[in-house]
Design a protein. Sequence first.
Length: 357
Amino acid sequence: MTGVLAAGAPAAEPAGPAGQGTSVAAAALVSGAAASAAPPKPPTAVERAMTDYLQHMGVERGLAANTLAAYRRDLARYARHLAQAGRQRPEDITRRDVTAFVQALADGSDGGSPLGVRSAARTVVAVRGLHKFWALEGVTPADPASDVHPPMPGKRLPKAITVDEVTRILEAAGTDTATGLRDRALLEFLYSTGARISEAVGLDVDDVALQGDDAHGAGGPAIVRLFGKGSKERLVPLGSYGARALDAYLVRGRPLLAAKGKGTPALFLNARGGRISRQSAWTILKAAAEKANITKDVSPHTLRHSFATHLLEGGADVRVVQELLGHASVTTTQVYTLVTADTLREIYAAAHPRALG
């Protein structure tokens, strides 16, 4: 497969047995020489149209590199499925081809690995987006995937920890060393803003304003600029605990770490003065949780889930939480309301005189 899809193309099939009177070794040499001399196979109309779509998603829609790579892999498998079905032009693809591909994702009948519900759903979303783009651009007269829906995964409630458990983790991270000040600032930052770990480690010093201005020109709350999925920018307030921890790190911790590096605008630095990695941030949280005697499985995303859950339990509007988390749809945020509903049931059962018979 050529062009943008080349990264997802399968390896060539091994050559068949040698003809009569020719040794296997000689046949391999002959076939290898022929393959090296043969010109590359030109892309089909389907492959060219897929390349155009991926370029559109990368340039005009501004998809992140990792997201675009996932789209490329998913569509490379779809292209192989269509090639096996003899579909070389976009306009030849039917709804039956699309539904057969969805089935192949589940059972591996196309030669690929069977996918779980969530991975299959992601792939179907990529295929639906492809066909919608082709129909809108006039590449195809209709959209054969318009009523083909991805498999629906079961709803998994986000895992959150209690406010007391969060507090114990944050307090366990604080020391007077440069790395200790960084660790406390990082964890306070994650819980105070609900940021994804990729957003936090990607921050630069200039993305944080510890002393903002309110509408009346007075000093307002600290503000941080986060860059979410698709490089979408949002402004999120930083609570007083997070702001104090970050200020202590910037004054007493970061200069010592920065002196060991070559100079970087990154906010959170590693021991060598470079930008901290996601893996290091994960290790920092794990160490703090262990020190705080938290036996639950805790990850940086746990702090994000806890941030949202605690806000909703405190009375925050779901639309506000959606904006703070950077969710494109409020439907994504509403899964947290199921968590708070469970809490309400527990409180009701414990407090109402006629809740339990």
